[in-house]
Design a protein around this ligand. Structure first.
Ligand code: G
Ligand code: G
Ligand code: MN
Ligand code: NA
Length: 254
Protein backbone atom coordinates (compact mmCIF):
# COMPACT_ATOMS: atom_id res chain seq x y z
CA UNK A 1 0.00 0.00 0.00
CA UNK A 2 1.28 3.49 -0.82
CA UNK A 3 0.95 6.54 1.39
CA UNK A 4 -1.46 8.15 -1.06
CA UNK A 5 -3.82 5.18 -1.43
CA UNK A 6 -3.74 4.61 2.32
CA UNK A 7 -4.44 8.24 3.05
CA UNK A 8 -7.30 8.47 0.58
CA UNK A 9 -9.22 5.79 2.47
CA UNK A 10 -8.05 6.78 5.98
CA UNK A 11 -10.86 9.23 6.64
CA UNK A 12 -13.62 6.83 5.57
CA UNK A 13 -12.07 3.99 7.54
CA UNK A 14 -11.89 6.04 10.73
CA UNK A 15 -8.10 5.83 10.93
CA UNK A 16 -7.60 9.52 11.70
CA UNK A 17 -7.72 10.80 15.22
CA UNK A 18 -7.14 14.11 16.94
CA UNK A 19 -4.83 14.31 19.89
CA UNK A 20 -4.70 17.31 22.18
CA UNK A 21 -1.74 18.94 23.88
CA UNK A 22 -2.47 21.17 26.88
CA UNK A 23 -1.51 24.84 26.95
CA UNK A 24 -0.88 26.45 30.33
CA UNK A 25 -1.68 29.98 31.44
CA UNK A 26 1.78 30.94 32.73
CA UNK A 27 0.88 33.77 35.13
CA UNK A 28 -2.21 32.03 36.55
CA UNK A 29 -1.04 28.43 36.35
CA UNK A 30 -4.27 26.84 35.06
CA UNK A 31 -5.00 25.12 31.76
CA UNK A 32 -5.66 27.71 29.08
CA UNK A 33 -6.54 25.43 26.18
CA UNK A 34 -5.18 22.71 23.92
CA UNK A 35 -3.70 22.34 20.44
CA UNK A 36 -5.36 19.70 18.26
CA UNK A 37 -2.75 17.52 16.51
CA UNK A 38 -3.73 15.05 13.82
CA UNK A 39 -2.73 11.42 14.11
CA UNK A 40 -3.02 8.67 11.50
CA UNK A 41 -2.76 5.04 12.43
CA UNK A 42 -2.84 2.90 9.31
CA UNK A 43 -3.37 -0.85 9.82
CA UNK A 44 -0.90 -1.48 6.97
CA UNK A 45 1.65 1.31 7.46
CA UNK A 46 1.48 1.79 11.23
CA UNK A 47 1.60 5.24 12.82
CA UNK A 48 2.49 7.78 10.15
CA UNK A 49 3.62 11.17 11.53
CA UNK A 50 1.85 14.35 10.32
CA UNK A 51 5.13 15.84 9.00
CA UNK A 52 5.07 12.91 6.57
CA UNK A 53 1.42 12.64 5.54
CA UNK A 54 0.30 16.29 5.63
CA UNK A 55 2.60 17.32 2.76
CA UNK A 56 1.25 14.32 0.81
CA UNK A 57 -2.33 15.34 1.57
CA UNK A 58 -1.52 18.89 0.50
CA UNK A 59 0.01 17.76 -2.78
CA UNK A 60 -3.03 15.77 -3.89
CA UNK A 61 -5.92 17.79 -2.49
CA UNK A 62 -6.83 15.32 0.27
CA UNK A 63 -6.04 18.05 2.77
CA UNK A 64 -9.38 19.68 1.90
CA UNK A 65 -11.67 16.91 3.27
CA UNK A 66 -9.12 16.08 5.98
CA UNK A 67 -8.85 19.73 7.06
CA UNK A 68 -12.65 19.99 7.18
CA UNK A 69 -12.82 16.85 9.33
CA UNK A 70 -10.14 18.23 11.70
CA UNK A 71 -12.07 21.48 12.14
CA UNK A 72 -15.33 19.67 12.82
CA UNK A 73 -13.78 17.24 15.31
CA UNK A 74 -11.92 20.02 17.12
CA UNK A 75 -15.03 22.19 17.36
CA UNK A 76 -17.14 19.27 18.59
CA UNK A 77 -14.54 18.48 21.22
CA UNK A 78 -14.12 22.12 22.29
CA UNK A 79 -17.88 22.31 22.84
CA UNK A 80 -17.68 19.22 25.05
CA UNK A 81 -15.03 20.85 27.28
CA UNK A 82 -16.82 24.21 27.38
CA UNK A 83 -20.01 22.43 28.48
CA UNK A 84 -18.08 20.58 31.17
CA UNK A 85 -17.18 23.83 32.87
CA UNK A 86 -14.10 25.06 31.00
CA UNK A 87 -15.88 28.12 29.65
CA UNK A 88 -12.80 29.98 28.50
CA UNK A 89 -11.07 26.89 27.09
CA UNK A 90 -9.49 27.55 23.68
CA UNK A 91 -8.90 24.74 21.18
CA UNK A 92 -6.27 25.55 18.52
CA UNK A 93 -6.30 24.00 15.06
CA UNK A 94 -3.45 24.06 12.52
CA UNK A 95 -4.48 25.34 9.09
CA UNK A 96 -2.79 24.31 5.89
CA UNK A 97 -1.92 26.79 3.13
CA UNK A 98 -4.43 25.06 0.87
CA UNK A 99 -7.27 25.74 3.32
CA UNK A 100 -6.29 29.41 3.39
CA UNK A 101 -6.75 29.65 -0.37
CA UNK A 102 -10.40 28.70 -0.14
CA UNK A 103 -12.46 31.88 0.15
CA UNK A 104 -15.26 29.84 1.75
CA UNK A 105 -13.18 28.81 4.76
CA UNK A 106 -14.58 31.57 7.01
CA UNK A 107 -18.15 30.57 6.12
CA UNK A 108 -17.31 26.93 6.72
CA UNK A 109 -15.94 27.77 10.19
CA UNK A 110 -18.99 29.95 10.96
CA UNK A 111 -21.29 27.09 9.92
CA UNK A 112 -19.50 24.59 12.18
CA UNK A 113 -19.45 26.95 15.19
CA UNK A 114 -23.17 27.48 14.68
CA UNK A 115 -23.98 23.79 14.23
CA UNK A 116 -22.18 22.79 17.43
CA UNK A 117 -23.06 25.94 19.40
CA UNK A 118 -19.43 26.82 20.14
CA UNK A 119 -18.68 30.51 20.89
CA UNK A 120 -16.11 31.79 18.40
CA UNK A 121 -13.65 32.84 21.14
CA UNK A 122 -13.19 29.17 22.09
CA UNK A 123 -11.52 28.47 18.73
CA UNK A 124 -8.04 29.52 17.61
CA UNK A 125 -6.60 28.89 14.16
CA UNK A 126 -2.83 28.52 13.79
CA UNK A 127 -1.17 29.78 10.66
CA UNK A 128 2.48 29.69 9.63
CA UNK A 129 3.80 32.49 7.52
CA UNK A 130 4.59 30.13 4.69
CA UNK A 131 0.88 29.28 4.87
CA UNK A 132 -0.22 32.90 4.77
CA UNK A 133 1.97 34.03 1.90
CA UNK A 134 0.84 31.35 -0.54
CA UNK A 135 -1.76 33.90 -1.67
CA UNK A 136 -1.46 36.94 0.57
CA UNK A 137 -4.59 38.76 -0.52
CA UNK A 138 -6.95 35.78 -0.20
CA UNK A 139 -5.42 34.63 3.10
CA UNK A 140 -5.61 38.15 4.44
CA UNK A 141 -9.31 38.44 3.57
CA UNK A 142 -10.07 35.05 5.16
CA UNK A 143 -8.14 35.95 8.33
CA UNK A 144 -9.89 39.31 8.51
CA UNK A 145 -13.30 37.63 8.24
CA UNK A 146 -12.36 35.04 10.90
CA UNK A 147 -11.05 37.77 13.21
CA UNK A 148 -14.25 39.78 12.82
CA UNK A 149 -16.24 36.67 13.75
CA UNK A 150 -14.28 36.51 17.01
CA UNK A 151 -12.19 33.46 16.12
CA UNK A 152 -8.65 33.78 17.52
CA UNK A 153 -5.63 33.63 15.23
CA UNK A 154 -2.08 32.58 16.01
CA UNK A 155 1.11 32.80 13.99
CA UNK A 156 2.77 29.41 14.46
CA UNK A 157 6.46 28.43 14.45
CA UNK A 158 7.55 32.03 14.99
CA UNK A 159 11.32 32.34 14.73
CA UNK A 160 11.90 29.48 12.32
CA UNK A 161 12.81 31.69 9.40
CA UNK A 162 9.47 31.43 7.70
CA UNK A 163 7.86 34.04 9.87
CA UNK A 164 8.46 37.71 9.30
CA UNK A 165 7.63 40.96 10.98
CA UNK A 166 5.74 42.23 7.93
CA UNK A 167 3.13 39.49 8.24
CA UNK A 168 2.84 40.06 11.99
CA UNK A 169 1.80 43.65 11.60
CA UNK A 170 -0.54 43.08 8.72
CA UNK A 171 -2.60 40.07 9.78
CA UNK A 172 -5.06 40.29 12.69
CA UNK A 173 -3.21 37.86 14.97
CA UNK A 174 -3.98 37.42 18.68
CA UNK A 175 -1.05 35.12 19.49
CA UNK A 176 2.58 34.57 18.53
CA UNK A 177 3.71 30.98 19.05
CA UNK A 178 7.47 30.96 19.62
CA UNK A 179 8.97 27.91 17.97
CA UNK A 180 10.46 25.28 20.22
CA UNK A 181 13.88 25.64 18.56
CA UNK A 182 14.14 29.08 20.23
CA UNK A 183 12.98 27.79 23.61
CA UNK A 184 15.22 24.72 23.78
CA UNK A 185 18.47 26.39 24.87
CA UNK A 186 17.26 29.47 26.75
CA UNK A 187 18.89 28.32 29.98
CA UNK A 188 22.34 28.37 28.36
CA UNK A 189 22.08 30.53 25.24
CA UNK A 190 21.94 34.25 26.03
CA UNK A 191 21.17 35.11 22.41
CA UNK A 192 18.06 32.94 22.27
CA UNK A 193 17.00 34.50 25.54
CA UNK A 194 17.49 37.98 24.08
CA UNK A 195 15.41 37.07 21.02
CA UNK A 196 12.54 35.84 23.18
CA UNK A 197 12.72 38.96 25.34
CA UNK A 198 12.43 41.08 22.18
CA UNK A 199 9.54 39.02 20.83
CA UNK A 200 7.67 39.52 24.12
CA UNK A 201 8.29 43.30 23.93
CA UNK A 202 7.17 43.40 20.30
CA UNK A 203 4.08 41.37 21.11
CA UNK A 204 3.20 43.77 23.89
CA UNK A 205 3.47 46.74 21.51
CA UNK A 206 1.28 44.96 18.96
CA UNK A 207 -1.25 43.86 21.59
CA UNK A 208 -0.54 40.16 21.10
CA UNK A 209 -0.02 37.32 23.54
CA UNK A 210 3.02 35.05 23.41
CA UNK A 211 2.81 31.25 23.58
CA UNK A 212 6.11 29.43 24.18
CA UNK A 213 6.31 25.98 22.56
CA UNK A 214 8.46 23.02 23.49
CA UNK A 215 8.69 23.75 27.23
CA UNK A 216 10.35 20.66 28.66
CA UNK A 217 11.95 21.73 31.95
CA UNK A 218 10.90 23.58 35.10
CA UNK A 219 13.82 25.96 34.51
CA UNK A 220 12.52 26.91 31.04
CA UNK A 221 9.04 27.35 32.53
CA UNK A 222 10.30 29.76 35.21
CA UNK A 223 12.37 31.75 32.74
CA UNK A 224 9.54 32.07 30.21
CA UNK A 225 7.08 33.10 32.89
CA UNK A 226 9.56 35.66 34.18
CA UNK A 227 10.05 37.04 30.68
CA UNK A 228 6.31 37.69 30.40
CA UNK A 229 5.20 34.88 28.08
CA UNK A 230 1.46 34.36 28.52
CA UNK A 231 1.07 30.67 27.70
CA UNK A 232 3.30 27.61 27.62
CA UNK A 233 3.02 24.33 25.75
CA UNK A 234 5.33 21.35 25.94
CA UNK A 235 6.15 17.97 27.41
CA UNK A 236 6.62 19.53 30.88
CA UNK A 237 2.85 20.08 31.08
CA UNK A 238 1.71 17.19 28.91
CA UNK A 239 2.33 15.37 25.63
CA UNK A 240 -0.27 15.30 22.89
CA UNK A 241 -2.91 12.88 24.24
CA UNK A 242 -6.22 11.28 23.29
CA UNK A 243 -9.37 13.22 24.11
CA UNK A 244 -10.18 10.78 26.93
CA UNK A 245 -6.75 11.36 28.45
CA UNK A 246 -7.31 15.11 28.04
CA UNK A 247 -10.62 14.72 29.89
CA UNK A 248 -8.78 13.07 32.77
CA UNK A 249 -6.04 15.73 32.63
CA UNK A 250 -8.67 18.48 32.91
CA UNK A 251 -10.34 16.71 35.84
CA UNK A 252 -6.99 16.77 37.62
CA UNK A 253 -5.74 20.22 36.63
CA UNK A 254 -8.54 22.16 34.95
O1 G B 1 2.09 16.52 16.41
P1 G B 1 3.41 16.77 15.73
O2 G B 1 4.40 17.57 16.52
O3 G B 1 4.04 15.52 15.22
O4 G B 1 3.03 17.63 14.43
C1 G B 1 3.96 17.82 13.43
C2 G B 1 3.50 18.89 12.48
O5 G B 1 2.25 18.55 11.86
C3 G B 1 3.29 20.24 13.15
O6 G B 1 3.99 21.20 12.38
C4 G B 1 1.84 20.50 13.06
O7 G B 1 1.59 21.86 12.85
C5 G B 1 1.39 19.65 11.86
N1 G B 1 0.00 19.25 12.08
C6 G B 1 -0.49 18.48 13.07
N2 G B 1 -1.83 18.33 12.97
C7 G B 1 -2.21 19.07 11.89
C8 G B 1 -3.47 19.35 11.26
O8 G B 1 -4.55 18.94 11.71
N3 G B 1 -3.44 20.12 10.13
C9 G B 1 -2.29 20.62 9.62
N4 G B 1 -2.37 21.35 8.50
N5 G B 1 -1.09 20.41 10.20
C10 G B 1 -1.04 19.64 11.31
O1 G C 1 2.12 23.00 14.92
P1 G C 1 3.50 22.79 15.48
O2 G C 1 4.58 22.73 14.48
O3 G C 1 3.84 23.79 16.52
O4 G C 1 3.38 21.37 16.18
C1 G C 1 3.73 21.13 17.46
C2 G C 1 4.67 19.94 17.45
O5 G C 1 5.59 20.01 18.52
C3 G C 1 3.92 18.63 17.60
O6 G C 1 4.48 17.72 16.72
C4 G C 1 4.23 18.20 19.04
O7 G C 1 4.24 16.79 19.18
C5 G C 1 5.63 18.79 19.23
N1 G C 1 5.93 19.10 20.62
C6 G C 1 5.09 19.59 21.53
N2 G C 1 5.70 19.81 22.72
C7 G C 1 6.99 19.45 22.56
C8 G C 1 8.12 19.45 23.43
O8 G C 1 8.07 19.83 24.60
N3 G C 1 9.28 19.02 22.89
C9 G C 1 9.38 18.58 21.60
N4 G C 1 10.58 18.16 21.19
N5 G C 1 8.34 18.58 20.76
C10 G C 1 7.14 19.00 21.22
MN1 MN D 1 0.86 24.41 15.65
NA1 NA E 1 5.47 25.17 16.01
Amino acid sequence: MTLVSGLSSALGRGELQLHFQPQIDLPAGGVYGAEALLRWHSPELGAVPPDVFIPVAEANGLIVPIGRWVLEEAIKQAKHWVDRGCQEFVVSVNLSAIQLRDAELAEQVAGLLDRYGLPSHNLCLEITESTAIADVETSYQICKALGEMGVKLAIDDFGTGYSSLAVLGRFPFDFIKIDRSLVRDIATNKKDLAVIRSVVALARDLGLQVVAEGVETAEQHEMLRGLGCHEGQGYLYGRPMSRDDMDAYLQRKG
